[in-house]
Design a protein around this ligand. Structure first.
Ligand SMILES: [Zn+2]
Length: 100
């Protein structure tokens, strides 16, 4: 058995493990950031839901302005997905509601 080549293989493996370890650390950091971001968005959604509950939905232009603002901030205001984040861009249900 070629000892030299075994040492080279082990050294290469050590190097790859080192790189993977660094990559793992980066991924852990990203997951942590995503969890925090998710938590922040959940709280924001909760806050907006609570605020939206008090809105005079079908009354006056102020209610419509508020709904428009909530929609612009990235949330659904349609009764299909009310209060959830608009992850897919524009929503035809929301838009038809705003332009009623
Ligand atoms: Zn919608």
């Amino acid at each position: 058995m070629d000892k030299q080549s075994l040492f080279v293989q082990v050294a290469n493996m050590e190097e790859r493990i080192g790189e993977l370890y660094v990559e793992l650390g980066t991924l852990k950091q990203k997951i942590q950031e995503l969890i925090e971001e998710n938590q922040r968005l959940e709280q924001e959604t909760e806050r907006l839901r609570a605020a939206a509950k008090d809105l005079p939905l079908a009354q006056g232009s102020e209610g419509l302005d508020n709904l428009n603002r909530i929609y612009q901030e990235g949330f659904h205001i349609c009764n299909v997905k009310y209060g959830s984040l608009r992850t897919e861009g524009e929503c035809l249900f929301c838009l038809s509601f705003l332009h009623k």
